[in-house]
Design a protein around this ligand. Structure first.
Ligand code: KG4
Ligand code: ZN
Length: 332
């Protein structure tokens, strides 16, 4: 079985060729970071136009890298949502055209489920139940998987996503886009205890995440303490903010792990590339006897291999009903 997967939910144009859930022949990712950097965040219309410009090249490159002709593909997979609709539509239309012309099945894949799948791609035997966190620029959500392909939403963010908070503070400080990796680099060696951030408290004891309070507190500190690129406490400030975002994620993860008794933990999404978060996550899992997986960094950020892996796993299960050409995009 040869499968071609396409991902265009946000600002990465990506295509991958797989022969099974864990067999990735190619995974080409074209980032639009340079296009959006001057604006400090993703500009949806520019994202759609960039996808439109590069989708055929990215798909062609993924086929060449895999040594496979498009006529040899047995099934197509594409991200259906959630994401930017204008971006999703480019990938979906392209995949529909291919599936239609070659008369092959088309499988629609949920973007958050695909992020979680990145962990199974690299560690297929993870024991269930699995508690999975997707922490990215668009989402901060937690799911309990009691069995394969069943995703129970436990919590989501009530306002900003974790990566969005990092991106917005980086934008305010003029550090560029995406903010997460820049903050991580500039925070290195800084004192994370120098600026204390109070963690958000849900009055209703909810497990939901919230990052807008941290963002507001950071903006206030920047003004009151005169924090700027050239101030001596700059790396301390960034380390403190990064630490606060990590703690806000970990506090909820720890409560959910206690409440739902999973056997394995998964951390995925773009922010899962962050070293501080990765090490805190690994330490918690080790101390409490959980099997834990954080995908390798290039599988944490948006990519088509994770999309293809989930489609291949669903195909292998043999219960797939093909909706093919009536497939539609969903934003949320
Ligand atoms: O998963 P992703 O590629 O796209 C979405 O589905 O949102 O995640 C992108 C997000 C951005 O907010 C970016 O700042 C963040 O992931 N990110 C990081 C790091 N690398 C990417 N955040 C913290 N540390 C990093 N090293
Ligand atoms: Zn994503």
């Amino acid at each position: 079985m040869r499968l071609l997967a396409i991902e265009t939910s946000c600002d990465e144009t990506s295509a991958a060729v797989l022969t099974g859930p864990g067999e990735v022949l190619s995974n080409v990712v074209l980032s639009q970071d340079e296009v959006h950097a001057p604006y400090g965040g993703v500009v949806p219309e520019l994202a759609s136009r960039e996808h439109l410009k590069s989708i055929d090249l990215v798909v062609a490159e993924s086929l060449t890298a895999a040594g496979v002709r498009v006529s040899e593909i047995d099934a197509f997979a594409v991200t259906q949502g959630p994401g930017l609709v204008g971006s999703l539509v480019v990938g979906i239309s392209f995949a529909k055209g291919l599936a239609y012309y070659f008369r092959k099945p088309l499988i629609g894949v949920d973007h958050l489920q695909a992020h979680i799948q990145a962990a199974f791609l690299e560690r297929p035997g993870l024991p269930y139940p699995v508690l999975a966190l997707v922490v990215s620029g668009g989402h901060t959500s937690a799911f309990l998987l009691k069995e394969p392909f069943r995703y129970d939403l436990l919590a989501r963010t009530r306002d900003d996503a974790a990566g969005e908070a990092l991106d917005k503070i980086a934008k305010f400080l003029g550090l560029g886009y995406p903010g997460g990796p820049v903050i991580e680099r500039l925070a290195r060696g800084g004192n994370p205890k120098r600026f204390p951030f109070a963690l958000p408290k849900m009055t209703d004891r909810s497990l939901d995440f919230s990052f807008s309070g941290l963002k507001t507190a950071a903006l206030r500190l920047i003004r009151e303490e005169g924090v700027a690129k050239d101030s001596p406490a700059f790396s301390d400030f960034l380390a403190s903010f990064e630490e606060a975002v990590v703690r806000a994620v970990m506090v909820k993860l720890e409560r959910m792990a206690e409440a739902f008794g999973p056997r394995a933990l998964v951390l995925s999404g773009g922010v899962a590339r962050n070293a501080r978060l990765r090490s805190r996550f690994a330490a918690f899992a080790a101390a409490n006897g959980f099997e834990a997986v954080v995908p390798s960094p290039r599988l944490c950020t948006d990519n088509a291999a994770m999309v293809g892996s989930l489609a291949a796993a669903r195909l292998a299960r043999g219960r797939e009903s093909f909706r093919s050409l009536d497939l539609n995009a969903y934003p949320r």
